[in-house]
Structures are given as structure tokens and as C-alpha cells.
Design a protein around this ligand. Structure first.
Ligand SMILES: C[S@@+](CC[C@H](N)C(=O)[O-])C[C@H]1O[C@@H](n2cnc3c(N)ncnc32)[C@H](O)[C@@H]1O
Length: 316
């Protein structure tokens, strides 16, 4: 295996996740984004291995790294390659005491130059979490219309120069198709006037890289259905914990949770509910939680993290 053996990712909100899941000896758990296995290890350690943990990731390298890290727990851990958007099919007929999603990409994926997530390194512009599926970021930028690219830059990163960046991408690709990370960095550099750049906003290409990554991996649109499916995979009282890293992701999770707590579709002024759709979850108090100062000092990458938690209600 390649760079996965050097996998490094500090699990964010580790203690808060354990508190939210309150793992029970003998329980069955799903880590739907196992990454380097940091949260998975914490859960196994908290229960001294007295549980079954299903560990899923769409990135085969991440899964291999998690497999190595969790090896000592033997049969307590079952690794699965796949997308949590497909959890309903992958775990058909199963029920879990707790499910964790830690959304987005890991530090390792961002830092592994060859994966094409980083604007710091020149590498093929790939950005797929699962390199066995879908199209690369270069292919996406070379084939999408100007409006689609503009919209992705707005929607997935609030990029205020979205239209200008998209226009330049189309001009540049007409001369030479996009191939590497630095092609995208150059497009952003030409689009955003130097005079308006602010130091506190970080690298000028940061937002464009985030938006293209989210588009290529289709990270937002399937969240609503995926959370609905995952709630149906919980035992009564079981908890679904989701860590998000930016407002677009967080809004999608919050909206999905609100709908699952109140799925009723009757008109607001209807005297009684006739649609029959009952709440599937409750939302425990005290969430969302953010990292404390100690965690932020030790791991600045945790600064935008938020933990949301839902609890499966006891009927159906
Ligand atoms: C932030 S990292 C998780 C880190 C992990 N909690 C740990 O402590 O090491 C996110 C991981 O989720 C995976 N991932 C992202 N979206 C996914 C999806 N829809 N289905 C499965 N895995 C996904 C990524 O490949 C990455 O390995």
C-alpha cells in the first residue's frame, strides 16, 4: 500500500463523540467514515473491545490504513469499502446501537499530494475520494458548463469571485485542458484581483478547491436521503452523530435532522395530523457542540468542526 501506511489524522471532538454515543458493552456500531480509524479506536478502547464495529470508507487507501490500525481488535472489527450514501443496501437487515459520520476528507487525504486535493503541491487534479469511481476534478472542470461551475463555486464555498473564476476556467481550457492542481491555482490567481485578497482568508485557491472537491465527490445532495436511511438502521434509543466542517455541510445535516424530527406534511393550520408521518428522532439538548480551546490549540484544523446528534425514537 502507498502512503496510507503514513496515515495521520487527529480525531476531532473525540471525547464529545464518545459522550454522545455512550457506547454499551455488547453493542453494534457503525463508523461510516472510518478514515484513519481514530474515532473507531476511541470507541473500541472505551469498550475494551466488547462490541462489534463496522468500519466503512469510500477510499480504499483510508480503509486499508484503518484496517492496519484496528488490526489488534481482530473479529470485533469488520471493514467495508463503500459510500455511506448506500448504507441501506450495504447493511440491509442490520440494526446499530450507534452510528458516526465524520464528514469530508481527512488530513491525510489533503496532505497526500498525489491525490490532488492540495493547492500547495503540483499533482494530477484528481480529488476523488474513491479513485475507482466517477470522474476526476480535471475531467469535471474540462466538461462542465460555465453556469454549473459558477454555481458549484457559489454553493459549496461561498466564493464571491465564482463567475470570474468559471469564465477563466473556460477560457484556459479552450487553450489547454486542465490536468494538474496548479492549473486550477493559476485560474483562481488570474481571476481574483490581488488588491482585494485578504491574508486572513488563507490561500486564494482554498475555496475553489473545496467547491470542486465537493462537486466531484457529490458530497451534499445525497446527505438528506443518507441520514434518513441511517436513522432507519438505528435501534430504538440508538444515536446518529455527525461531524461537519463547513456551513454548507452543517446546514444539510441540520435541515435533514429537523425534517426527521418533524416529518408531518399536513398544512400548518390542520387541526389534526392526517398524513400519519411520525417523528423518527429526537434531538438531544446541548448540540451542536464545537471543539473547546484546548482541542483548538492542539489541532487548529478542528476550528470549524461541529458535532450534531440525533436519537432514534422508540416506535415503528
Ligand atoms: C474526516 S475523515 C474521518 C476520520 C476518522 N473519523 C478518524 O478519526 O480517523 C473522513 C473520511 O470519510 C471518508 N468519506 C467521506 N465521505 C464518505 C462517504 N460518503 N462514504 C464513505 N466514506 C466517506 C473519507 O474518505 C475520509 O477517509
Amino acid at each position: 500500500m502507498s502512503e496510507a501506511s503514513g496515515f495521520h489524522h487527529i480525531p476531532v471532538l473525540r471525547e464529545e463523540v464518545l459522550e454522545a454515543l455512550s457506547p454499551l458493552p455488547g453493542g453494534v456500531y457503525l463508523d461510516g467514515t472510518v478514515g484513519g480509524g481514530g474515532h473507531a479506536s476511541a470507541l473500541l478502547e472505551a469498550l475494551n473491545g466488547e462490541c462489534k464495529l463496522y468500519a466503512l470508507d469510500r477510499d480504499p487507501d483510508a480503509l486499508a490504513a484503518a484496517g492496519q490500525r484496528l488490526r489488534s481488535w481482530g473479529k470485533q472489527v469488520a471493514l467495508r469499502h463503500g459510500n455511506f450514501h448506500d448504507a441501506k443496501d450495504i447493511f440491509q437487515g442490520m440494526l446499530f446501537d450507534g452510528i458516526l459520520l465524520d464528514l469530508g476528507v481527512s488530513s491525510w487525504q489533503l496532505d497526500a499530494a498525489a491525490r490532488g486535493f492540495s493547492y500547495h503541491e503540483d499533482a494530477p487534479l484528481d480529488m476523488r475520494m474513491d479513485q475507482s469511481a466517477g470522474i476526476t476534478a480535471a475531467e469535471w472542470l474540462n466538461t462542465q458548463g460555465e453556469q454549473t461551475i459558477t454555481q458549484a463555486l457559489y454553493d459549496y464555498s461561498d466564493e464571491r469571485w465564482a463567475a470570474r473564476i468559471a469564465k477563466l476556467i473556460l477560457e484556459m481550457r479552450a487553450e489547454k485542458p486542465f490536468e494538474t492542481t496548479q492549473d486550477l491555482v493559476r485560474a483562481v490567481d488570474r481571476a481574483i484581483p490581488k488588491a482585494v485578497r485578504r491574508k486572513d482568508e488563507g490561500h486564494p485557491a482554498r475555496r475553489a478547491f473545496q467547491a470542486v472537491r465537493i462537486a466531484v465527490n457529490d458530497e451534499i445532495a445525497p446527505i438528506k436521503q443518507a441520514l434518513n436511511d441511517l436513522v432507519h438502521l438505528l435501534k430504538p434509543g440508538g444515536r446518529l452523530c455527525v461531524i461537519t466542517f463547513h456551513s454548507i455541510e452543517d446546514r444539510a445535516v441540520k435541515t435533514a435532522f429537523v425534517k426527521l424530527r418533524n416529518p408531518c406534511e399536513c398544512p400548518v393550520n390542520a387541526p389534526i395530523c392526517v398524513c400519519g408521518k411520525k417523528p423518527l428522532i429526537s434531538l438531544p439538548k446541548g448540540y451542536p457542540k464545537a471543539p473547546g480551546e484546548g482541542e483548538l490549540a492542539a489541532n487548529p484544523r478542528a476550528r470549524s468542526a461541529k458535532l450534531r446528534c440525533a436519537q432514534r425514537l422508540n416506535y415503528e
